[in-house]
Design a protein around this ligand. Sequence first.
Ligand code: ATP
Ligand code: MG
Length: 724
Amino acid sequence: MDVTPILEHLNEAQREAVTASAAPLLVIAGAGSGKTRVLTHRIAWLIDVEGVSPQGLLAVTFTNKAAAEMRGRIESLLHMPVNHLWIGTFHGLAHRLLRRHWQEAGLPQNFQIIDSDDQLRIIKRLIKNLEFDDDRWVPREIQYFINAQKDEGLRPQHLDDDNDPNRRQQIAFYQQYQEICDRGGLVDFAELLLRAHELWRDNPELLAQYQRRFRHLLVDEFQDTNSIQYAWLRLLAGREGVPFFVGDDDQSIYRWRGARVEHIHQFQRDFPGASVVKLEQNYRSTATILDAANAVIANNSSRLGKNLWTEGGQGEPIRVYSAYNERDEAEFVIGKLRTWSDQGNARADAAVLYRSNAQSRVLEEALINARLPYRVYGGLRFFERQEIKDALAYLRLISHRDDDSSFERIVNKPTRGIGARTLEAMRSYARANSCSMWRAAGAVASDELSGRASSAIVAFLNLIERMAKETSGLDLHEQVDHVIQASGLIDFFRKEKGERGETRIENLEELVSAARGFQPDPAEEMSPLDAFLSHAALEAGEGQADAWEDCVQLMTMHSAKGLEFPLVFMCGMEDGLFPHQRSISDPNGLEEERRLCYVGITRAKETLYITHAEQRRLHGMDSFAQASRFITEIPAELVEEIRPRVQVSRPVSTARGTGRRSGGSISPAAELGVRLGQRVRHVKFGDGVILNCSGQGAHAQVEVNFETVGTKILVLAYANLDLM
Ligand code: ATP
Ligand code: MG
């Protein structure tokens, strides 16, 4: 009955979705049930069988990487390129629209995207300029406030201060921040979405044109859309559009960034006659992994409820390792990775997942020592590195003189004798005359400043003008190369001592290569330099450039959404770390953490390791933690415990039991009656606390922090410690 190979390898429910008639449709299904696959096949089906032009489709994915992969799959299903298909993230698509319609959107043609660091810098400067107390007004909180309003589609004039002076001030900050951005032609991430929404809302003819063009709207990971994204989709869909959205309420993990899982319920109200397809067969994971995920998520109360099953075999048990500290944990992971790699498996098929970015450092160190290549996905981001941002700031200023955030970044970098007082004079001129720093610099230099300061400023202004002239007409990578040299950045970092300076220079050189390899979208009507700068700003929100080497993948659980790996490690599974401390006492927060855990578990296809540590040093602080409650939610029969090489029992806690963790069996150290955190007395050293244990039996050693003499390592059998 197949009319096209597009329907091969799809089950009944998947086919129903892929071939559905042109009416609103929502696919709600659990992890690994083929939602992304259905979306991809739907696009191929529409083009190949329904004869829809690729230009008539708009597809939204969660990351740029996912967009590139999806385009590749569609092309291989269709055996042809689909250049004119609009596929990207909400931010990427909004940006494209704003570039095309900058005039209608009220933006200068060469507007610049700023990332969240730039945004924070503007806010800090604002607080300082207004001479507010920075203890009372925390820049990050104001940033959060502004972005949260934008995510809800609200401008300062829409906001009511509720007679609350605090809120009144926040609104005032928002207002002034926006004025700075508008003056400089700066667009932050939240603004991209809000502007794109206003663009259509306020230009009905333009909207109608896009509504005619994009009849089919396809959205992946729909559960994580925020209000402004959903409003944008609804505008575009109008009465005639055909939304085809796929998502999983159990994988909604971005509430803290404004995502609203409620849109899943709202969808059926907003699009009357919409049908819903459920997919229940999981194709990704073994039955053991799936059962574990189902059991964990069953503890959440607010769910649509789904029943996922698999035809796959039971597979291996989930292995839980209790490490005694974060280094032991890393060693364990590296040992398993090494075996995996030695057995001839691809390293890229293994992923190490963690809750918070800071956890990667210890893992990275261990990987470096073991000489196992790895890649931090979404971690140390190329375009966010200091020297790269410096170079980009020069390029931005060349393209756009009124960009204050770039101006401030490089006016005195490399140092050229422009001091705080000169800067202050420029800032106050800019404030008083509502103009950019660039203009202020010109005015201040000729009127107000001393000879030396004035000539330093003039030299800087001339440098930028000269670079603009010298680079015009050059190829993009030649422009970049010229700027990193002529700006003095290369010389500046050459003077920085040691490896660090070298790395920075290498990175700058890498920027030239990035520019050489950069291919602007032919559909975009902007200069290659502007296209490259926008790309850099958008890309900075995501991963590093793809390394060609076969690497182990390191990433947070958040960035793992949508991906799958044969071998997965979930590290740092401790209460306080995961679930995160700030969510533990808040039922909604805890449920979101549990969904994140569900996302983590369901990334694994064949083998899943879960690790936790008795003691962990993170952010320079030591903590002793219980194994994560999520571990105890996995049915015991699915789990195999791996005993640490050294047994350590933990301080007796009044909290609930830690399930199958070291609970039952008695460890050698525990046999000797020693616990981490236990107070002891030594004849010679006095009172102390046990920090660590290692070795076994007669070789068992303890590390004790004594109040008077500091840390000592003692052989337990001879130490004669009195337990207190
Ligand atoms: P997530 O919720 O994690 O985003 P998903 O629902 O989007 O998952 P996919 O990534 O589309 O799921 O599919 C999971 C895996 O199952 C993929 O490897 C996919 O190729 C495979 N798969 C999906 N459907 C089928 C099928 N009918 N036959 C064989 N393999 C399938
Ligand atoms: Mg998916």
